[in-house]
Ligand binder design. Structure first.
Ligand code: SAH
Length: 483
């Protein structure tokens, strides 16, 4: 059999929290030419892929099969046979109810190389984020991972219920919400106490995680009351009583699904701060950087400028990259250097430069930045401009963002700057958000832009603390309405 040069990496995406990807998984994504990803893999992980990488969604939608297993197998074979590096990104761990065996077999039959990168499975991670370890010296020395759904007509698996009820202390069921009452009934029939504790954890490790606790006897009713649906993990065993609280579900912004509108220049730390406080955050739009050809005319006379002003961190990186590629020695730079953001200043400091305060613009000033930011500063006609790159919207992410929003409605849209407000106004319609005051959309909050706020009916806040207080207020009001 002839071995082809293409390769497939089966990568476990982890349960949802994007931080729960392995380093090896990240490396595989960075190298990929094509990524085939499932519904439960967090699309944020695709940001690790290169700008030329193609994304193919193979998710099964809740009501219909989106792509048949044999079509997925065929696609993996086809892409790898073309010599491409393919990542098959699967939710949790690829080997836990992930059909990795079937896919690997198809590759093997066609002589295609593959490697497996394990991931963190939801059956362990979801309980842990809910405050429950699956083993404990005092309560549970064994645990089992069980599918509560199978290929049979009724979908109820033919398990050794007696063995499970008597022999294993912590039972972890995947794909079980629809068959929950059947599971509970079988366990009671085969010897478990009706008062055995149960917890159901939905969307474990995502900001939208929710959990409900009960017993074999009453959990079905509680799950219905709280409208818990798949994806969810069911944990049954004494260990559930050990839980006092979920460290994760106690975070201040848990349950919030927020969108942060980006504007293409340096990454805004806001999304990460919101995530660290427990929210599910989508950043939109996603941007791609397109490098501009080096402007040799300016580079040649770089020593003649008295001031160089950088509009972003990326501008710093791209500018020094251009100097290096054109073999211009940085010792020619005698200008004072200043920058528009802290990120950009840090990037200059890393290169050994001291930063000056921005100086008044003169003919001896060079402004370095993206096409967009340079355009913004072009009103100062007297100075020179150096365009390093252009930020363009990365359309590969648009579909998945639309899908995420339709699956889990947004609670709020946040514009962290004036330019992101402009971004939302000009392109919001692409993802179904019309920022008109009369349109139906979640609350829109902008930081530090009172003018746009009053023109469009957005809420304006001045700083981060005020934003957090506003989100929590909205959350509290919603809880009141529901209680
Ligand atoms: N390979 C995956 C499981 C795939 S089967 C893993 O290792 O996690 C799909 C089932 O996994 C879902 O029906 C649900 O029971 C469970 N699941 C996946 N992600 C989940 C999550 N974030 N929270 C709770 N359950 C999850």
């Amino acid at each position: 059999m002839i071995m082809k040069n293409g390769i497939v990496y089966f990568v476990g995406a982890g349960p949802g929290d994007p931080g729960l990807l392995t380093i090896k998984g990240k490396q595989a994504l960075e190298e990929a030419d094509v990524v085939l990803y499932d519904r439960l893999a967090n699309p944020k992980l695709l940001e690790f892929a290169s700008p030329d990488c193609r994304f193919i969604y193979c998710g099964k939608l809740p009501d219909r099969h989106f792509m048949k297993q044999r079509d997925i197998n065929a696609l993996l074979v086809e892409k790898a046979a073309q010599g491409l590096t393919v990542v098959r990104l699967k939710g949790g761990d690829p080997s836990v109810f992930g059909r990795v065996g079937e896919e690997a077999e198809a590759l093997h039959e066609h002589g295609i190389r593959y490697e497996m990168v394990p991931g963190i499975t939801s059956g362990i991670a979801a309980p842990l984020y809910a405050g429950i370890p699956v083993t404990h010296r005092d309560f549970a020395s064994s645990f089992a991972m069980i599918t509560a759904h199978d290929k049979s007509l009724k979908g109820t698996p033919n398990l050794d219920w007696e063995g499970l009820a008597r022999g294993v202390q912590t039972l972890v069921f995947y794909m079980g919400v629809k068959n929950l009452s059947y599971i509970c009934q079988q366990l009671i029939t085969y010897g478990k106490s009706p008062s055995a504790p149960v917890i159901v954890v939905q969307w474990g490790t995502w900001g939208r995680q929710r959990s409900v606790k009960g017993t074999l006897e009453n959990i079905q009713q509680k799950v219905q009351e709280h409208q818990i649906t798949n994806p969810a993990i069911i944990v049954i065993g004494d260990i559930v009583n050990f839980q006092t609280h979920s460290w994760f579900e106690s975070k201040p912004l848990i349950g919030q699904h927020l969108m942060v509108v980006t504007h293409g220049e340096d990454e805004d730390p806001l999304a990460d701060k919101l995530r660290a406080s427990g929210a599910d955050v989508i950043e939109w739009p996603k941007w791609r950087t397109e490098r501009m050809p080096a402007n040799e005319e300016i580079l040649r006379k770089i020593g003649t400028f008295e001031d160089i002003f950088f509009t972003s961190r990326r501008a710093v990186c791209e500018f020094f990259q251009a100097l290096a590629s054109k073999k211009v020695d940085i010792r020619q730079l005698t200008a004072r250097l200043s920058a528009a953001s802290e990120h950009a200043e840090t990037e200059l400091e890393k290169r050994g430069f001291l930063i000056s305060a921005p100086q008044p613009v003169s003919e001896k000033t060079l402004v370095v930045g993206s096409r967009h930011s340079v355009k913004d500063t072009q009103k100062h006609k007297s100075c020179s401009f150096y365009m390093t790159h252009e930020n363009v919207i990365d359309d590969r992410f648009t579909h998945m963002i639309q899908r995420t929003i339709s699956e889990s409605p947004l609670h709020m849209i946040i514009c962290p700057s004036k330019s992101s407000v402009q971004q939302l106004i000009s392109t919001g319609e692409q993802i179904g958000i019309l920022p008109e005051p009369s349109a139906n959309h979640p609350p829109i909050v902008c930081i530090g832009d009172d003018t746009a706020a009053s023109a469009y009916g957005f809420t304006a806040v001045q700083e981060l603390d005020e934003l957090f207080a506003f989100i929590q207020n909205q959350q509290a009001e919603k809880k009141l309405v529901h209680s």
